[in-house]
Ligand binder design. Structure first.
Ligand SMILES: C[S@@+](CC[C@H](N)C(=O)[O-])C[C@H]1O[C@@H](n2cnc3c(N)ncnc32)[C@H](O)[C@@H]1O
Ligand SMILES: [Zn+2]
Length: 388
């Protein structure tokens, strides 16, 4: 993490009654490098953050600050993404032997489908960083076309028509159309994944902090934005006969040395952030992954300054247990997901100002498979006076 990020961070430790500690943190760098010769901005590669109140320590591994309530459980359940990038001897001593055990277990299991898996992150890298003008590495071939066999006309048509019109493009359009105060925005993104939204919105932003639960995604986001090392290959799928990710893409690293942009690991349901510091808080395609989705609008409201804006999008693929929980909270007349989520935001003091239905959101899974979602997205403004 960057030393300049420290002021944004708070202790995520849960206390009695499920309240977060939220005290300021102290940085204990072990290894750090200066970001640019003439500045006092440092990239802390390893070390820890310590709560000034409860003294809980949160590790920084390969530049990734892990700010979660339960570090032990986090390290074991995210062992795949961590072990690929962090040397075993750099795992804090108190967790090391259990970490090795957890690593040995996943080596035998070969589970590919979680958010620490290389292939899943590859799908998001494509979604976030490639557009229809992007090419393969050292080639003029568009990234979705096979070199040796004919391309699927259907896949080609879907990509040409819809790939560049996803949620990022919708937000770019909305921010470009702002007519009121157009000053650059202090921005927080919750569930930022591999971090491509920052690059898409950069001209509109004053600062940006991305938070996600996936270690692999945060490490990739930091690599592509801050130039920090990441050991993964940035490869994407082609023909699955050649392997699950077999082609190199030309995703350029676009270095930001301002000290105003960073990505950290945190839990959306126990955030390590100070309140009321941002103008814009964005959560894309994550509300349906939360155990208590009804808390997300409150969380976004608490991070925003009065009058700030929240953006939320989702294809609303609820787990039945969560849908049942939501049904109990909603008025009887609301029975579709888009209205339900808008209602939750309104209950938290937001006024929905812009709303777009059925924005295409595509994933390229291989030459013969596209995954297509139809996403609801909206902009809500937090009341500028205190909510009574
Ligand atoms: C479907 S992906 C969407 C990623 C990105 N926002 C986008 O739209 O492309 C959901 C993201 O939310 C993150 N996520 C889900 N639940 C989370 C939680 N409780 N805390 C932190 N991140 C979470 C996942 O790691 C994943 O990167
Ligand atoms: Zn604390």
């Amino acid at each position: 993490m960057l030393n300049t990020t420290l002021t944004e961070l708070r202790c995520p430790k849960r206390k009695k009654g499920n309240h977060r500690c939220l005290s300021p943190l102290k940085l204990h760098p072990k290894m750090q490098t200066r970001v640019a010769a003439t500045t006092e901005i440092f990239e802390v590669r390893s070390g820890s953050l310590e709560c000034t109140q409860c003294h809980t320590r949160f590790p920084i591994l390969e530049g990734v600050a892990i700010l979660v309530d339960d570090v032990r459980t986090y390290l074991f359940s995210h062992v795949k993404g961590i072990a690929q990038r962090v040397k075993i001897e750099d795992i804090p001593k108190e967790y090391r032997s259990e970490f090795i055990e957890a690593y040995d277990e996943i080596k035998q299991e070969h589970i590919e489908e979680d958010l620490e898996a290389e292939r899943v992150n590859a799908l998001y890298l494509m979604n976030h960083y490639l557009d229809t003008s992007s090419h393969l590495k050292n080639s003029s071939l568009p990234w979705w076309k096979p070199a040796q066999s004919p391309a699927s006309p259907l896949v080609d048509e879907l990509i040409q028509n819809y790939w560049d019109r996803g949620p990022f493009a919708q937000i770019q359009t909305w921010l470009a159309q702002r007519t009121e105060n157009r000053s650059p925005l202090h921005t927080i993104e919750l569930g930022c994944g591999v971090g491509g939204l920052y690059r898409a919105l950069k001209p509109h932003l004053k600062s940006y902090l991305g938070v996600d639960g996936s270690f692999a995604s945060i490490s990739l986001a930091r690599h592509l934005t801050l130039g920090t090392p990441d050991r993964s290959s940035l490869r994407v799928p082609g023909d699955l006969l050649q392997g699950s990710v077999s082609r190199g893409t030309a995703i350029p690293v676009e270095l930001d040395t301002s000290g105003h942009v960073d990505f950290i690991v945190g839990d959306l349901e126990s955030l390590p952030l100070r309140s009321e510091g941002s103008d814009l808080c964005i959560t894309l395609n994550a509300i349906d992954m939360l155990d208590a989705p009804e808390n997300l609008p409150k969380t976004q409201a608490s991070l925003l300054k009065p009058g700030g804006i929240a953006i939320q999008s989702c294809p609303y693929i609820w787990h039945e247990k969560i849908a049942k929980r939501l049904r109990k909270l909603l008025p009887k007349e609301i029975n579709d997901s888009a209205r339900a989520v808008s209602w939750l935001y309104e209950q938290s003091g937001f006024k929905i100002e812009l709303n777009q239905e059925h924005v295409p959101w595509l994933f390229f899974k291989h030459f013969r498979q596209i995954e297509l979602y139809s996403v609801h997205i909206f902009v809500g403004r937090k009341s500028s006076s205190p909510i009574t």
